[in-house]
Design a protein around this ligand. Structure first.
Ligand SMILES: Nc1ncnc2c1ncn2[C@@H]1O[C@H](COP(=O)(O)OP(=O)(O)OP(=O)(O)O)[C@@H](O)[C@H]1O
Ligand SMILES: [Mg+2]
Length: 358
């Protein structure tokens, strides 16, 4: 599961808008997605029409009367799209946990339990750098930092990135970050100037997708819908769908890279070993094993030969080298009668010799 914290201490830059609409877009792409509302304002929950007494607070708190696991609070919003809602109780958590050891990892501990059930988890953070945001960074693989094209502040983003660095040092957890340009007004020259400044500052960390200013996004929220159910042909829909594709294709590229690396390792390992077939002709025997210094002279299941039309056979993968071996026929040890290469062992009996070449 890939976990993104949508964070920026600056209020109103589009965290909740991005969290809800990106979650919906990932779900439309067939990716099982969980949105965790980690803001006591509960804008993501309310914006999706969810107002619950039990919330993420009850998973993170130690003194809640309704203490429960993350899976117990989950509400389904749409196919592949689940929400872990918030409510105002979450605003008391900072004080409640002050002085508690491990308080920065409480969300991480909850999220671990549901990791197998989802492809993506998005965490909508509050507009500050307090305990909740630190918990989100501690849980996340990566941050998505929405910045407004009109009100962008390099210092604000740098401060947040410093917190990511502190989490790395103090909690030994390294999260990456990407910057998302939001509220872009292509009619204004000023917007392009700011966009250039953002790209100059953060380079490849900036998403290619830009979310344009689009009134439909606001209207969708006012009737507790995502942009996709409200107006799937809107500019907002296109932008958030494009963002989801950018994220998914990056994930797929990483998965592909890992699988290519795995393939290379397997191929390299395969080159290092050679298949060797041992054969013994004894149709009347009940069991035949091949034992040697390649299997610690142990007649276990891996050493058992199969009877194929009266010929006992076993294929073993061996690394290049020289080996000694014997057959065990119905419990009696003997050399390989078909192999003239043999030498006397310390018991005065013959071991067969085998050379596996590169
Ligand atoms: N691309 C956009 N086009 C039009 N309106 C937008 C866009 N992005 C965000 N908004 C509007 O801006 C306002 C603030 O957005 P949002 O609530 O997502 O910000 P936020 O960062 O979550 O705020 P807070 O810091 O309070 O949590 C909302 O009214 C939202 O509808
Ligand atoms: Mg918000």
């Amino acid at each position: 599961m890939e976990i993104f914290a949508i964070a920026n201490q600056k209020g109103g830059c589009g965290k909740t808008t991005t969290a809800t609409n990106l979650a919906a877009a990932l779900a439309i792409n067939g990716k099982k997605t969980l949105l965790i509302d980690l803001d006591p304002q509960a804008h993501a929950s309310l914006g999706l029409g969810v107002d619950k007494e039990i919330s993420i607070y009850d998973c993170l708190s130690k003194i809640s009367n309704h203490k429960c696991a993350l899976k117990d609070i989950i509400v389904n919003i749409a196919p592949n799209f689940d929400l872990a809602p918030s409510n105002i109780m979450l605003s008391t958590l900072d004080q409640e946990l002050s002085g508690e050891i491990g308080r920065e990892s409480r969300l991480f501990d909850c999220v671990k339990d549901i990791a197998d059930g989802y492809d993506f988890c998005l965490i909508d953070c509050p507009p500050n750098l307090g305990l909740l945001t630190v918990n989100a960074i501690r849980s996340a693989n990566s941050l998505i930092i929405p910045v407004e094209a009109s009100r962008f502040s390099v210092d604000g983003v740098k401060r947040l990135v410093e917190i990511v660095g502190l989490v790395r040092e103090r909690l030994n957890h390294s999260a990456d970050f990407r910057v998302l340009v939001n509220n872009f007004d292509s009619r204004l020259r000023h917007s392009f100037r700011i966009l250039n400044k953002i790209k100059e500052t953060f380079g490849a960390k900036v998403f290619n997708t830009i979310v344009h200013i689009n009134v439909k996004i606001k209207e969708a929220q006012s009737v507790a819908q995502t942009i996709f159910t409200f107006d799937k042909y809107s500019r907002g829909s296109k932008d958030y769908f494009s963002l989801s594709r950018e994220i998914i294709s990056k994930e797929e590229a990483i998965v592909e890279k890992i699988s290519q690396q795995m393939k290379k390792i397997v191929q390299k390992k395969a080159k290092e070993i050679s298949p060797v077939t041992f054969e013994f002709s004894a149709g009347s025997a009940a069991s035949v094993f091949v034992v040697g210094d390649f299997n610690n002279w142990t007649p276990g299941d891996d050493a058992r030969l199969d009877n194929v039309d009266g010929i006992w056979k076993k294929r073993l993968n061996l690394k290049p080298g020289s080996y000694k071996y014997r057959f065990v026929i119905d419990g009696k040890w003997q050399k390989d009668p078909a192999n003239p290469a043999a030498e006397i062992n310390p018991f005065g009996e013959l071991d067969s010799l085998l050379l596996v070449k590169d």
